[in-house]
Design a protein around this ligand. Structure first.
Ligand code: SF4
Length: 539
């Protein structure tokens, strides 16, 4: 803390608040920015000068006025249309392994450029012979916060043939450390050199079909040989212009609402997890053993990410300008010394979430559940159930399927994308999923499973997305810990209240999530234009 702040932490902020707006700058916006900056200086103790505050205020005023809310999603996107039919998502689409820190800004773009590369290889040989350049253009939120998420590195990795589940995070680190590297991409008889310069941060605002829009082109000089517009719709899912969802088999127990899913489970005297297993098998054509093999892979990967996060040195600093110190190992160690068991429980559960989320911040492999930013929530509960409570593996598997059902419903009727719905769509959904997982693993009735998931999501409604400097670190990492603890709290309340008196059902809460997402000011949808992203002063 600076001497000045130590002398009087509540000092008059006028000295720090520039009063005169520079020519050509909106005075109201300027005064608001400088006031926020001045207050932040006093609160944080960062000794920024009035000139620095002024420069920051000017730099952060949007060049064009920010619209009050994001434009509606294009109605022809499948992500909008499919809320009409039964849920057809499967676990291998939903729980994806890939590099952090953001499923929509790293896993999605890498899948997109990999998809484009595959398409390009199928062009006739005479066309490929003319090719001279590959180019990726990022728009909307991908452009606004892509730098902090490493979107350009993920996009380049896909172009050179890497897939999210198998890419070595060290390859992505090497792109960060040596950004001038050039890679040959083989297309037929042609070899085209690509580098990070071929990934263009384009317009952040415009009439896009989805806030996470990108285009990929194969060029012959100025002529376009192949071009595709893509959308990274959240959770690592992708669509493209003209996208038709793959044909799938009908589910054994069709549902589009939790009410219908519960009714299948209750009338068959079984669990939500078992109904989901039957649906997974009928939709994908896989055997029970195959479905569970994938679920086991996901559980093991979640346990591994917590373990590797806890094993990082206590003085580790995460990549990026925030210079955020890792805290998982420290919180774990100190929490284990807590005198009271309840404090210990909350402390270590938080440490598990911090550990997995910090792995995400490092760009290491994480599991979307439902996204990269929220990738600490479910692993914390999985780790607690499996490694601490030693809950039977079969119960955890069923819990993972019940959790998936909650995530599917949110994807079906609302969104998993912070660029569409703020953080409620990431951490909120993750918390609801984690609550369903724990309640199922503890063999609670279906009604309690729904109530727990509902509560956990309900108390994240309205939560905005405002990552500082565009990095998925602040508030994201601690937010994962809160998401996990809220999930645990939701289970504690749901299992101890009289379940039939629970007044709000999950379908109503998901409808509120969707409505809130529509109404939320676009500044709070992963643009880093508001909230903490503006008030936190990096120094
Ligand atoms: S604030 Fe929430 S939604 Fe936004 S990047 Fe962080 S974790 Fe994701």
């Amino acid at each position: 803390m600076s001497d000045r702040a130590e002398e009087n932490p509540l000092a008059d902020t006028r000295e720090l608040t520039a009063q005169e707006a520079p020519p050509g700058v909106d005075r109201r916006a300027f005064l608001m920015r400088t006031a926020v900056g001045g207050a932040a200086v006093v609160m944080t103790g960062c000794a920024a000068s009035p000139e620095e505050q002024k420069a920051k205020a000017v730099a952060t005023i949007p060049v064009t006025p920010v619209p009050p809310s994001a434009p509606p999603l294009s109605k022809d996107l499948n992500v909008v249309k499919k809320g009409e039919g039964p849920v057809l998502t499967t676990v291998d689409e939903f729980y994806k392994v890939g590099p952090g820190p953001s499923s929509s800004h790293t896993i999605g773009p890498m899948r997109i450029t990999y998809d484009f590369y595959q398409r390009a290889t199928k062009l006739p040989a005479d066309q490929l012979a003319k090719a001279t350049k590959l180019q990726v253009n990022l728009f909307g939120s991908l452009s606004a916060t892509g730098k902090g998420h490493g979107t350009e590195r993920a996009a380049l990795a896909g172009l050179v043939g890497h897939e999210p589940a198998t890419v070595d995070p060290k390859f992505l680190d090497s792109l960060r450390d040596k950004p001038d590297q050039v890679f040959p991409v083989k297309l037929g008889s042609k070899s085209i050199d690509v580098s990070l310069k071929d990934v263009v941060y384009d317009a952040t605002k415009g009439d896009f079909k989805h806030p996470n829009t990108m285009t990929v082109k194969l060029l012959a000089g100025n002529d376009v040989l192949l071009e595709q517009e893509y959308y990274s719709i959240g959770g690592g899912f992708i669509e493209w212009k003209g996208y038709e969802p793959p044909k799938k088999n009908a589910p054994k127990y069709p549902f589009r609402l939790m009410k219908e899913l519960r009714s299948h489970a209750d009338s068959n005297n079984t669990t939500i997890g078992k109904i989901m297993l039957a649906n997974e098998m009928s939709i994908s054509g896989k055997s029970e053993a195959e479905v569970y093999a994938w679920v086991d892979k996901v559980i093991n990967a979640m346990v591994a990410t917590v373990k590797s996060g806890l094993a990082m040195p206590e003085d580790d600093v995460l990549p990026g300008p925030i210079k955020l110190h890792s805290k998982a190992a420290t919180v774990y160690k100190r929490a284990m010394d807590d005198k009271f068991q309840a404090d210990r429980g909350i402390g270590v559960l938080s440490a598990f979430a911090l550990a997995a989320s910090e792995e995400n911040g490092r760009g290491h492999l994480v599991i979307t559940a439902p996204t990269g930013g929220s990738a600490g929530v479910m692993p914390a509960i999985v780790y607690g159930l499996s490694e601490v409570r030693k809950v039977d593996r079969q119960k955890i598997r069923e819990g993972m399927l019940a959790a998936a059902a909650v995530g599917y419903l949110c994807k079906h009727h609302a969104t998993l994308s912070a660029a569409e719905g703020g953080c409620q769509a990431e951490i909120g959904v993750a918390s609801g999923m984690a609550a369903a997982l724990a309640a199922t693993a503890f063999e609670m009735p279906n009604e309690v499973v729904e109530n727990a998931a509902e509560s956990a999501i309900e108390h994240h409604l309205g939560m905005t997305c405002d990552p500082v400097a565009g990095y998925v670190q602040v508030p994201c990492i601690e937010r994962c810990a809160f998401g996990a603890v809220k999930a645990w709290t939701a289970v504690a309340i749901a299992s101890n209240e009289i379940a039939s008196r629970h007044r709000v059902n999950l379908d109503a809460t998901i409808a509120a999530l969707a409505e809130t997402a529509r109404d939320m000011n676009s500044k709070y949808k992963e643009t880093s234009e508001a909230g903490l992203a503006q008030s936190v002063v990096l120094c």
